[in-house]
Design a binder for this molecule. Structure first.
Ligand SMILES: NC(=O)c1ccc[n+]([C@@H]2O[C@H](COP(=O)([O-])OP(=O)(O)OC[C@H]3O[C@@H](n4cnc5c(N)ncnc54)[C@H](O)[C@@H]3O)[C@@H](O)[C@H]2O)c1
Length: 340
């Protein structure tokens, strides 16, 4: 590793923009934030003051055109991602883009073509791969420690649903929430899913149904190598963020539980209990957000392939489209049916 610093421009100063800006500013000495923009200028100003960012740009175009900016961090809403990727790639800037790349495969393909033509690096924000628990599960599968995997269960439940306004533009639960679990499924097994069957419903809030989405689902995946996997999703778990995995293999199993703010266990006359799990992604996955940006920064500085590439961003979108089609049509859907 050289002493070089990677100079970033940030687009979007909302929830995830803040998480990433804090990593770059306070935890990653190999990086420097040059400029930031947000259509809500106050959001950009407040984050710039918090993180010591010297410039506030008037627009994403200004961030991308800034000669000091070597890498663009796209943290704006999903429907802005592909245009920004194309513009940044044309300007020769490396790109870290939040998930999902887009909801349309045609737009994703155009963006990935622009990245390829420009020869810049692209990493997609599938941060859970960098979580220590899930990385250990992957290691157990990849090394053969649990033998050949046969069954995988991913439990991924949020503590509560996002606002209806967010649901309406999010692309739906599969595209917005399950997308992380689709990425996790192919990451952990190290193979591709061929077929998906989904059942689900609206069990948390009827308003979510009125917005055209569901809030609860069970997804069954069949991989090319024969592994069968499930994803169990719900927008609401009253006890907090429920993020667990279990994989059964021919030589054993590996499982990971939830993460807690402390290890204390209280024993009383009638029960033994502990505090609730860490409440949501900003607490549960803090370290993984920092690790993903570190890996991107090092990949760019050392001119290595990023660990979560454009195609890794595309395949979970295909899986999300298949999951929705399966739910709508009440039948198993092969990925090649939606992968046009
Ligand atoms: N990896 C994860 O776990 C994770 C978590 C949360 C969000 N995300 C993704 O990050 C993206 C942003 O989500 P969020 O929750 O931070 O949303 P948010 O609404 O909190 O923040 C988005 C910000 O972008 C700004 N913005 C909108 N259009 C813009 C534009 N054209 N140029 C510049 N700024 C613009 C908004 O004013 C807002 O401040 C989404 O794609 C979402 O899927 C990923």
């Amino acid at each position: 590793m050289s002493n070089k610093k990677l100079h970033f421009g940030i687009i979007g100063a909302g929830r995830i923009g803040r998480v990433h800006a804090e990593t770059l500013a306070f935890r990653l000495p190999e990086s420097q934030i040059v400029t930031i923009t947000d259509v809500n200028r106050e959001a950009a100003q407040s984050l710039a003051a918090h993180c010591g960012i010297p410039k506030i740009a008037e627009s994403s175009e200004e961030v991308i055109a800034d000669p000091q900016v070597e890498a663009v961090l796209i943290c704006s809403p999903t429907d802005t991602h592909t245009d920004l990727i194309v513009e940044a790639a044309k300007a020769g800037k490396h790109i870290f883009c939040e998930k999902p790349i887009a909801q349309s495969l045609a737009k994703i393909d155009a963006a990935l073509a622009a990245v390829k033509a420009a020869g810049v690096q692209l990493q997609i924000g599938f941060n859970r791969r960098f979580d220590a628990n899930f990385a250990r599960v992957r290691k157990a599968v990849a090394s053969g420690e649990i033998g050949a995997p046969t069954l995988m269960h991913i439990i991924s439940r949020d503590p509560g649903p996002p606002p209806i306004s967010y649901i309406k533009v999010s692309g739906g639960m599969f595209m917005d929430m399950t997308i992380h679990d689709f990425d996790m499924a192919r990451f952990l097994i190290g193979d591709e899913v061929e077929e998906i069957y989904t059942t689900g419903g609206v069990m948390v809030d009827p308003e979510i149904g009125k917005a055209g989405d569901i809030d609860t689902a069970l997804i069954v995946m069949r991989f090319r190598n024969g592994v069968i996997g499930t994803i169990d999703n719900c927008r609401k778990a009253v006890y907090g963020y429920d993020q667990r995995v279990e994989i059964l293999g021919s030589k054993g199993k590996i499982e990971t539980g939830n993460c807690y703010p402390n290890q204390a266990v209280v024993s009383g006359e009638k029960s033994v209990y502990q505090d609730l799990p860490l409440n949501f992604f900003m607490d549960r996955y803090t370290e993984s957000f920092a690790a993903e940006l570190k890996s991107f920064t090092h990949a760019v500085i050392e001119n290595q392939l990023t660990p979560v590439t454009g195609i890794d961003g595309r395949i979970p979108v295909v899986m999300a489209l298949a999951a929705r089609k399966s739910y709508d049509e009440h039948r198993p859907v092969r990925l090649d049916e939606v992968n046009a």
